[in-house]
Design a protein around this ligand. Structure first.
Ligand code: M6P
Ligand code: ZN
Length: 186
């Protein structure tokens, strides 16, 4: 039987207490994500920094799960540190991202090619509808910390985005995050 409990979420560190799992994505695990491969190789060789960390609170016997994502600031070429991006395997599952600290941009793309962005800033909860791929991008100089919540069995479909990329990129143009066409979009 599951029992209720309060879960503390620290909005600055992203720590979840108690948590049920966590993983860290180092830059070297994100090969193919950034266009500037020379800058990527250089950053990996120079210490392979952590790009983001995901902490979760999930119980397989329950339909909802939540947790945090802690994204480090950084850039590879003119692209900011970002998550891999995914669709959900379950076609009826959306997600919410409630930003607690930092600054970012959520890049979304529907199955039929619509593109939208939602600003990620403290106090804003982004609604991610089902069948929209989503990638979070830390456009600031500090950690970007947000709480996510979705169905426990929503599932991650990474293949689609990994194989053909997203239609748009968010790049630093003169210090401003700017949405541009992805020249490599297949
Ligand atoms: C959010 C949630 C997680 C996801 C994480 C990292 O925290 O959507 O489910 O795993 O971002 O994103 P990705 O898995 O695309 O690298
Ligand atoms: Zn998701």
């Amino acid at each position: 039987m599951l029992f209720p409990e309060g879960v503390a979420i620290d909005g600055l560190s992203g720590e979840v207490t108690p948590s049920t799992g966590r993983y860290t994505k180092k830059l070297s695990e994100l090969g193919g994500l950034f266009r500037d491969t020379a800058a990527f190789d250089k950053a990996v060789a120079a210490g392979d920094p952590v790009a983001y960390e995901v902490v979760d609170y999930r119980k397989e016997e329950c339909d909802i799960a939540f947790g945090t994502t802690i994204m480090m600031p950084g850039k590879i070429g003119d692209e900011y540190f970002m998550t891999r991006g995914h669709f959900h395997e379950r076609k009826d599952c959306g997600e919410g991202y409630y930003t607690q600290s930092g600054q970012g941009l959520l890049l979304l793309e529907s199955r039929d090619g619509e593109v939208r962005t939602v600003e990620m800033k403290p106090g804003v909860c982004a609604f991610i509808p089902p069948e929209w791929a989503h990638r979070s991008i830390n456009t600031g100089d500090e950690k970007l910390v947000f709480v996510w919540f979705c169905a426990t069995d929503a599932g991650h479909d990474y293949g689609t985005i990994r194989e053909r990329g997203m239609r748009k990129l968010v790049v630093d143009k003169g210090g401003k995050p700017t949405l541009v066409d992805n020249p490599d979009f297949a």
